[in-house]
Design a protein around this ligand. Structure first.
Ligand code: SIN
Ligand code: CO
Length: 412
């Protein structure tokens, strides 16, 4: 992607300008972000996804009463008969991670890859009947709210008071003081930075033939690590690395170095048995320092953490054998595969590999483009080809043909 190129998707800004002026800073309303946009999946397809165990979904029902709005929330999966009737106003169905299950939605997400993959989360699709929404709230992460069909009225506010209502099954602001209001039609989009208060309510909408339009909003969502959680995950990984190293050493009989255990032959008799021994504190801090001793260990742990698939993600193993030599087909990553790299490693779905030279360049290309033409990947070394074969068998990547219209490979 040419990040200097002005895009209708960003209201005529280039990705460079958007990131500088708006990302994490201020909202951007985009009229006609994608001209002539046609919804990528029907209401029936969305409901089918919401019926699946492998997909995270939520149903939110609003009932207006004298004291205000009362909210009910239920988690999926939902059989069709488990959803309220379409004729009933005020409910919304939210389906998470649709990009992992629908090729066109995955393709849509690619347009937002001017933001690092490590920050991209997923595409959530909502369907709402008139007056439906999730109430005034704020999100912790950046989001592009793309109106795929129908109409939604957004009210937004930069308010500082983000206190939430107590005793409600979802995050609803105690007070919401809208500062701006926009009605988004199909093809329009609103970018909101984290912690920006917002409330989107579906409106009834008829097409030129008088047919009711479904209100569907695609949320292109991002994520950012929380320092304390990342620390826990990294330390856990670093401990695993140390354990693996210890095991390797144990297996090597000649090294004769067993797991390093705390020893205290010099411990004196203590009149204060509850006091932590100073030597144990030193042992603990040495252990943490030792885990960080390898300068590449932290980067390696970070890459593994950032590419680890979410809990509900699973891959379908390849049905056909890998013909790594002469297929003439392009390689393409599965929509659910997370692949990243740094100067020394390639990371894929929670695993890391050291990579240098030509193979590294090839893997970087695969990670950035999520596809490689046969002419490129056929030049990989035998080691890299074997690795690609393993990933193919796992269902992490597929063989396909380049489609002529958008230069994106299509799986077959
Ligand atoms: C929705 O699509 O209804 C909710 C999106 C959001 O407010 O973040
Ligand atoms: Co929101």
């Amino acid at each position: 992607m040419d990040v200097h190129h002005a895009l209708p998707l960003l209201a005529g800004l280039s990705p460079v300008q958007f990131m500088r002026r708006h990302w994490q800073k201020k909202p951007l309303l985009v009229r006609g972000a994608i001209a002539g946009f046609k919804p990528l999946l029907s209401r029936a397809e969305l409901f089918r996804l919401a019926a699946s165990e492998a997909v995270e979904s939520r149903l939110i029902v609003k009932n207006a009463n004298r004291e205000g709005d009362a909210w009910r929330m239920k988690s999926g999966p939902f059989a069709l008969r488990g959803l309220p009737p379409i004729s009933k106003p005020g409910w919304t169905l939210l389906v998470q991670g649709v990009d992992g299950h629908h090729a066109d939605v995955h393709q849509l997400l690619q347009q937002f890859r001017f933001v690092p993959d490590a920050r991209l989360d997923d595409v959530m699709i909502s369907f709402a009947t008139p007056d439906g929404g999730v109430g005034p709230h704020f999100d912790s992460y950046d989001v592009f709210l793309f109106q795929a069909s129908g109409r939604r009225r957004w009210k937004i506010s930069q308010q500082k008071d983000l206190t939430l209502q107590a005793g409600v099954p979802l995050k609803i602001l105690q007070t919401f003081e809208p500062e701006q209001e926009f009605v988004l039609e199909a093809g329009d989009m609103l970018y909101l930075p984290p912690r920006y208060a917002h409330d989107g309510v579906a409106e009834a909408c008829l097409d030129s033939l008088g047919k009711a339009q479904d209100c569907m909003t695609y949320s292109i969502g991002f994520k950012a690590p929380v320092q304390s959680e990342l620390t826990a995950e990294l330390l856990h990984k670093l401990a695993e690395f140390v354990e693996d190293k210890d095991q390797d050493q144990d297996a090597d009989v000649s090294s004769g170095s067993p797991k390093k255990m705390y020893r205290d032959p010099g411990q004196a008799a203590t009149p204060h048995p509850a006091e932590l021994p100073a030597a144990l504190i030193t042992f603990a801090s040495d252990a943490v320092r030792h885990a960080l001793q390898d300068p590449l260990a932290l980067a390696c742990a970070l890459g593994e953490v950032m590419t680890a698939p979410k809990a509900q993600v699973w891959f379908e193993q390849a049905g056909a054998d890998w013909d790594g030599s002469a297929s003439g087909l392009s390689l393409m990553l599965d929509a659910k595969t997370r692949m990243m790299y740094d100067a020394d490693h390639v990371f894929i779905n929670g695993e890391s590999y050291r990579a240098k030279g030509r193979d590294a360049r090839l893997m970087h290309l695969l990670a950035d483009q999520r596809a490689l033409p046969a002419s490129v990947w056929a030049k990989a070394s035998s080691g890299a080809l074997a690795l690609l074969g393993d990933w193919y068998a796992e269902g992490w990547l597929h063989l396909g043909v380049e489609s002529s219209c958008d230069n994106q490979p299509s799986k077959h």
